[in-house]
Design a protein around this ligand. Structure first.
Ligand code: ADP
Length: 361
């Protein structure tokens, strides 16, 4: 297994001198990792994946597979397996002939081909489907054929471009775990593109969150959720309250901040220095807030709306001009009532970028 290095890789479409890069990144995908490029539509995920595949040439930077610089290597010589959103299968060929395609191109002999095709189909749960025609399969099965075709060549690098977006919700959830299992069993380094944050969180070892042409954060799903680097990440991943606050004082790995009239202790990144009086932003997840009696409350506000969700309810509460979402067991409050909110100790997070680039000011 090999790592993939993207060294200042950047793409600018268009010839104008003032054209700005669509995307610029500097990151390493570790050997054997399931790594996801996540971001809203148009952020440059596909562009980045196509540069790694060799379909689009970078304007700047270098791409290395292990020790080998592949920046100028044509796609078919990069040794990649690729899975596309629309499957890209040959509809008139059998399942086995579709999977055989890459092996034939590489001159693999018939006997060896048969063994490898059987193994690949078994890996994706389609043993005994070899003779079926593609148009006799469901969408989920077709995508598994595409996955078998990608892994049968035993690629060092497996690239997947929104492979689940044509499947319905239930099938998407089943197939995502299967893709991850197949990738781990095939022992390849995988890069996966999606705009769906729950898919990214469920499948990935690490995620790069892309927006405005850059990686806002490259991290594990847990840390991206609990310790978002920027306000964009906090809002894009799950439901979060990004609330303006003022630093009262710094503690070892925490800070006391003022939100409205109240003081709250929030965690902070140890490398991010903060000074009393500094304006910042904090991320408070809805599940870190509770409705409590006014006397015990860290924050006070007025309920602006209430949404019943079954086992829980989601309240929107106006706290000193910021509307925050609160996940609570279903309780008897009405819009317009005043409530007190408790903040679970140290669940809040001081957003690092808001303390370093003045975004909180
Ligand atoms: P994503 O996959 O995140 O939706 P893309 O990489 O497809 O984003 O596109 C990023 C931006 O680059 C978009 O604004 C898109 O219009 C632009 N773009 C993509 N491909 C081309 C191209 N071949 N020529 C010009 N602009 C392009």
């Amino acid at each position: 297994m090999i790592p993939i290095h993207l060294d200042g890789v950047s793409k600018t479409y268009g010839e104008q001198a003032d054209a700005r890069p669509t995307v610029t990144v500097d990151l390493t995908v570790e050997a054997g990792e399931f790594f996801t490029l996540l971001g809203p539509s148009g952020c440059g995920k596909s562009t980045l994946l196509r540069m790694i595949a060799g379909f689009v040439a970078p304007t700047d930077g270098r791409i290395r597979f292990g020790d080998v610089d592949v920046t100028r290597t044509p796609a078919h010589k990069r040794g990649i397996g690729m899975v596309f959103q629309n499957y890209a299968l040959f509809p008139h060929l059998s399942v086995a002939d579709n999977v055989a395609y890459g092996l034939k191109l590489r001159g693999v002999g018939k006997a060896d081909r048969v063994t490898r095709i059987d193994r690949a189909l078994e890996r994706v749960g389609l043993a005994r489907y070899g003779k079926r025609r593609i148009d006799q399969l469901s969408g989920g099965q077709q995508q598994r054929v595409a996955l078998a075709r990608a892994i049968v060549i035993e690629p060092e690098v497996l690239l997947l471009d929104e492979p689940l977006s044509n499947l319905d919700a239930k099938l998407r959830e089943e197939t995502r775990m299967q893709i991850r299992q197949v990738q781990k069993a095939a022992a390849t380094t995988a890069i996966y593109v999606t705009h769906d944050q729950s898919e990214a969180m469920a499948m990935s070892d690490r995620i790069a969150v892309l927006a405005d042409g850059r990686a806002h954060q490259v991290d594990t799903p847990r840390r991206i959720y609990a310790e978002p680097a920027t306000a964009f990440v906090a809002r894009f991943i799950g439901r979060s309250n990004v609330v303006p606050a003022v630093v009262v004082r710094a503690e070892a790995d925490a800070a006391v901040v003022r939100i409205g009239e109240s003081e709250v202790v929030v965690r902070r990144h140890p490398d991010v220095a903060v000074a009393p009086g500094q304006p910042v932003e904090v991320s408070l997840r809805p599940e870190a807030l509770r409705v409590v009696g006014e006397a015990d409350a860290a924050l006070h506000g007025v309920v602006s709306s209430l949404e019943f969700l079954g086992s829980t309810a989601m309240l929107e509460v106006d706290v000193a001009g910021s509307v925050v979402s609160v996940s609570t067991p279903d309780i008897d409050v009405a819009a317009g009532s005043r409530v007190g909110l408790g903040v679970d100790a140290r669940t809040g997070w001081l957003i690092p970028e808001s303390a370093t680039d003045g975004a909180g000011r």
